[in-house]
Design a protein around this ligand. Structure first.
Ligand code: PGA
Length: 243
């Protein structure tokens, strides 16, 4: 099974979300070989959920807090997400880490909480350009996986997404060799941490239809986390067509 997760960031309104789902439903071919997952912004999530109900499309929030309710002004509730029919939650995206100061420790608590509700987290990790140039990629990826997943339940569903920070929104896709190396290493790390070797590991960072075909053939690449190219039905479905 391959996963094509769409990160819409702060891009689409509730109306855009409804229109997207309508266009997607009329355009796509049924497939049991891949799963579509969408992460609309929190305010568009209910509209997306209503439009997607019963269509076999996964969806969820781009971030949640590690408690479901209380005096936490401005946060998103995973409990409410569950009530909306969400199955997935995106966690630890590099924009959350850099722009909103999220640490591995915080992401670890969120991961644990999300799993405790029966939701499936997709936990992102990845090195910056500086870290890569300094030869620290391997140690950074290992540390992020170790620390972000420290409380994760090994027996419950979990996905991870390798996203080199320098490839996000830049048009610079990691080379197949870089993806192959990072994914092989990360799978090994996951297994050494007690996770199943079948834990899905997605690649993210400027994925487009042109690069998808080659990347999906790399061992340990179980799908993509797609930003820019997920905003149009056609460019998103062109990526899904790689399987
Ligand atoms: P991009 O975004 O595909 O636009 O690079 C990926 C992401 O941020 O998850």
């Amino acid at each position: 099974m391959k996963y094509f997760a769409a990160n819409w960031k702060l891009q689409k309104s509730p109306k855009d979300a409804r229109e997207f789902v309508a266009a997607l439903s009329s355009a796509r071919k049924e497939s049991s070989s891949f799963k579509m997952i969408f992460f609309p912004s929190a305010i568009a999530l209910e509209a997306f959920a209503n439009a997607a109900a019963g269509k076999g499309i996964g969806y969820g929030p781009q971030n949640v807090f590690f408690e479901g309710k209380g005096a936490f002004t401005g946060e998103n509730s995973a409990m409410v997400a569950k009530e909306l029919g969400c199955e997935y939650v995106l966690l630890g995206h590099s924009e959350r880490r850099t722009l909103f100061s999220e640490t591995d420790e915080l992401i670890a608590k969120k991961t644990q909480y999300v799993q405790s509700l029966g939701l499936t987290p997709i936990v992102c990790f990845g090195e910056t350009l500086k870290e890569r140039e300094e030869g620290k990629t391997k140690s950074v990826l290992t540390k992020q996986l170790e620390n972000s997943l420290v409380f994760a339940d090994r027996s419950k569903p979990l996905l991870v997404a390798y996203e080199p920070v320098w490839a996000i929104g830049t048009g610079k896709v990691a080379t197949p060799a870089q993806v192959a190396e990072a994914h092989a290493q990360s799978k090994k790390t996951l297994v050494s941490l007690g996770f199943s070797a079948n834990t899905p590991l997605l690649y993210g960072g400027s994925v487009k239809a042109e690069s998808a075909q080659e990347l999906i053939g790399i061992p340990n690449v179980d799908g993509f986390l797609i930003g820019g190219a997920s905003l149009e039905v056609k460019s998103y479905l062109d990526i899904c067509a790689c399987v």
